[in-house]
Ligand binder design. Structure first.
Ligand code: FES
Length: 94
C-alpha cells in the first residue's frame, strides 16, 4: 500500500484506519485496549483530533452508537516549554 492509499485516523501517532480495523478484528475489547495496541489518542493533541474518529470506528465495528463507546479519560494537551520557563527564570514562550 502506498502512502497515498492510507487513511490516517491519528495523525500524531501515524495510526491508519487499516491498523484500527485490524486491531478491532483481532479482538481489541475496549477503547483503552485499542489505545494500548496502536497508541491512537496518545500524541501531542491527546486525541483532540482523532478521538471521535476512533470512537466512530469502534461503534461501527460493534454495531452500537458512538455515545455507547467507553471513551477513556481526557488528558491535558501537551505543550513544550523552555527549561528556564520551568525554573521560573525565563520569559514566557511564544
Ligand atoms: S491525532 Fe491522535 S493524538 Fe493527535
Amino acid at each position: 500500500m502506498s502512502v497515498e492509499d492510507k487513511t490516517y485516523i491519528c495523525r500524531c501517532e501515524d495510526v491508519t484506519l487499516d491498523e484500527i480495523l485490524k486491531e478491532l478484528a483481532d479482538g481489541a475489547v475496549s477503547f483503552e485496549d485499542l489505545k494500548r495496541r496502536t497508541r491512537c489518542t496518545m500524541g501531542p493533541c491527546q486525541g483532540k483530533t482523532c478521538r471521535q474518529l476512533v470512537t466512530n470506528e469502534i461503534a461501527k465495528a460493534r454495531g452500537i452508537r458512538p455515545d455507547q463507546v467507553d471513551v477513556p479519560t481526557y488528558r491535558a494537551l501537551s505543550k513544550p516549554i523552555k527549561l528556564g520557563e520551568l525554573a521560573g527564570i525565563g520569559g514566557e514562550s511564544e
